[in-house]
Write a new protein. Structure first.
Length: 580
């Protein structure tokens, strides 16, 4: 099929700390559904339309993932998506694969760094990192995160990306560059910008990767290739150095400030030289100030600090690559956000120092999230081109009605760190992501009946319409008709919610895991000593090891510090109804 007839998809993922397990569940179900659909279409193509076994209920249009953008936990999930697409042995999680074998989403976000020796939280509390360095680099031991990355960033048998992913697939990971990139801006019209002007500094940035194939050679596009200004690096997963580049960038976007250690990143100076085009377009008089040498080195922390919901940059890349698709509405942006911001509080802050400080940090956070380009893009989108997948958990009340639960994600407490406390929390959120994605694909991610041919570039057969269409309001034969962009092969009749249980079992209608509970007494019994030990060593590193400091640490700081941490955890879990 011509590229112009393919429906283009940008998947963009927000930061979420340990609640990234929800995002991973969404992605797992999404990729598995695309794979099942591709297998059904491929069977039809081989049979030919005139064959008696040709299945006219299979929609034959094409959807292609073209851009993946992610920040923080969303960046990790973006990397995992690219790895899953390139791994021949990747398998979806579900009834036939309950342990998540060969599933990089489940292994990374549910099992995390758990093994026979210790669980993930034990590794995060280990003090080995404090003993190795003469400075405190993070509140938690980041070795646990590196264990996860080492397990994930390996492919037993590589394949070309499947037909539902573009050969020019882009992975964009946001980062916060603490060093910053300086630009000299000329205001006097002199073409020699080095002679004057003012210097501005940009601390937001991104890594952009493609996979090597017959269209893209490994590395940065070389001069004279016709892509001299293109800002990306082409990865070859057979090269250890490229895997290390991707690992560094992924850990960089997920380096939660203070909690996890920052990352020292070294990239080609040539990449930085091409960066102004993506900030300032073709404007003259703006020149990056690059230090001497082939590489540019900087400390990087969580990409979510500057850009936690990177749909603007993903949308920009998608538009640049597919201008005609945008004109004709043959694209969609899918935002996966475990914590969509719904804070409508615009009240005045108080006048005390503490209230002003709190208001200042809230203002700074809100301002960096106010991405003008992204907002304008969102407002200018054609109807049903921008979609959000957010956590929704419903429970049955005393009257037998299904209502929205008090809380959705088990990993949400402690500012999203609760998932590190228990594998049960992470497993619940992963399954919720799969469940929400199932409903999203079947009843939300769709085009109106009169837009099927113009936007999907294919006329749906009557049998396909009968099988997959749904109505708004639901089950109203006179309601507005919609047709899914990505049809779920587990469906027999979308209108009346009939699914293929005989073939797909429980995966045809995913049931949520019970909302998990944690015994705080058992939690304290296992982790109290470890938490106090880490608090003690951190405080010792901060206040020094003199006699008075040691006494204060022993008699006061460890005890008070643990009490503060324990009460914070207990109160947060209790507010989310997660305590036994």
């Amino acid at each position: 099929m011509s590229d112009q007839k393919k429906f283009k998809l940008c998947i963009t993922m927000a930061g979420a700390v340990s609640a990234g397990g929800y995002t991973a569940g969404v992605l797992d179900y999404l990729l598995e559904t695309l794979e099942l659909w591709e297998q059904a279409k491929d069977k039809n193509r081989k049979l030919g339309k005139d064959h008696p076994d040709y299945d006219t209920s299979i929609p034959m249009h094409d959807v292609e993932i073209d851009v993946i953008s992610g920040s923080s936990a969303g960046g990790i999930s973006g990397t995992l998506t690219m790895l899953a697409l390139a791994n021949k042995n990747h398998k979806g999680f579900g009834e036939k694969n309950p342990n998540g074998d060969n599933n990089v989403f489940y292994k990374s976000w549910v099992e995390m760094a758990d093994d026979n020796q210790s669980d993930t939280l034990e590794k995060l509390l280990n003090t080995r990192d404090l003993e190795e360095h003469d400075e405190i680099r993070s509140l938690l031991n980041t070795e646990a995160i590196e264990v996860i990355a080492d397990k994930a960033l390996s492919i037993d048998e590589q394949r070309s990306v499947p037909a539902y992913a573009s050969k020019s697939l882009d992975l964009i990971l946001t980062t916060t560059n603490l060093r910053g990139v300086n630009f000299r801006v000329n205001f006097d019209g002199n073409s020699n910008t080095s002679s004057g002007g003012t210097v501005i500094t940009n601390h937001g940035g991104f890594f952009r990767y493609k996979l090597t194939n017959d269209q893209f050679a490994p590395g940065i596009p070389k001069k004279g290739s016709g892509n001299d200004d293109d800002l990306y690096y082409v990865l070859d997963f057979k090269e250890d150095k490229d895997m290390e580049y991707l690992k560094g960038a992924t850990l960089s976007t997920a380096a939660f400030p203070i909690g996890l250690k920052s990352r020292k990143i070294s990239i080609s100076s040539e990449y930085i030289k091409r960066y102004p085009r993506y900030l300032f377009g073709t404007s003259d008089g703006i020149t990056p100030i690059i230090p001497e040498g082939e590489n540019y080195t900087f400390n990087s922390v969580d990409g979510g600090l500057i850009n936690n919901e990177p749909y603007g940059i993903g949308l920009k890349m998608l538009r640049e690559k597919n201008p005609n698709h945008f004109k004709e509405g043959k694209y969609a942006v899918l935002m996966i956000d475990p914590f969509p911001n719904k804070d409508q509080d615009v009240e005045e802050t108080g006048s005390s120092i503490l209230k002003i400080a709190g208001g200042m940090f809230k203002a700074l956070r809100n301002q960096v999230m106010f991405n003008q380009d992204g907002i304008i893009d969102a407002l200018s989108l054609e109807d049903r081109t921008k979609f959000l997948v957010e956590p929704i958990r419903k429970v049955e009340n005393d009257q037998g009605k299904w209502v929205r639960a008090k809380s959705d994600l088990a990993a949400a407490p402690i500012s999203g760190f609760a998932g590190f406390l228990s594998k049960k929390f992470r497993a619940h959120d992963f399954q919720l992501g799969r469940r929400n994605c199932q409903s999203f694909l079947r009843y939300y991610f769709a085009v109106p009946e009169d837009k099927i041919e113009s936007r999907l570039c294919h006329k749906a057969e009557k049998e396909a319409m009968d099988r997959f269409q749904f109505m708004v309001p639901p089950r109203d034969p006179n309601g507005n008709k919609f047709f899914p962009i990505i049809p779920d092969m587990r469906v027999l009749s979308n209108f009346d919610e009939k699914v293929d249980l005989a073939t797909y079992g429980k995966d045809a209608f995913i049931e949520l895991l019970p909302y998990p509970k944690l015994s705080f007494s058992r939690f304290e019994k296992k982790y109290k000593k470890r938490i106090k030990t880490r608090i003690g060593k951190i405080s010792k590193g901060l206040i020094g090891s003199n006699f008075l400091g040691s006494l204060a640490n022993f008699f006061f700081i460890k005890k008070r510090g643990y009490k503060t941490v324990a009460n914070g955890i207990k109160d947060s879990l209790g507010s989310f109804d997660l305590l036994e």
